[in-house]
Design a protein. Structure first.
Length: 93
């Protein structure tokens, strides 16, 4: 499973979840669960492919790249934590 945060410069909401994402990475990253952070510098092939329009965006994918969960825009730290913990439980079950 890969948990990826997409963010842009000077984004209040991106910065608001920065520490929570780092804490979750420290707590849960292992061989089966990888965390990535991707800086997005404007429209690109990546943003078009993933249909990213609002930041931050957090996308959880399985090892084959299939989207399991996706959220864009305002993400409260407690919502991010709940989302990641749910995904981690599914891997551990």
């Amino acid at each position: 499973m890969v948990i990826t945060k997409y963010y842009i410069a000077n984004c209040f909401h991106c910065k608001h979840i920065e520490q929570t994402f780092a804490d979750l990475k420290k707590q849960f990253e292992c061989e089966q669960i990888k965390f990535r952070e991707v800086f997005v510098a404007g429209e690109s092939d990546l943003t078009r492919k993933l249909k990213l329009h609002i930041f931050p965006a957090v996308i959880i994918t399985d090892n084959e790249g299939n989207t399991l969960e996706r959220v864009e825009g305002v993400i409260l730290p407690k919502e991010l934590k709940k989302m990641v913990e749910g995904a981690v439980r599914s891997v551990n079950d």
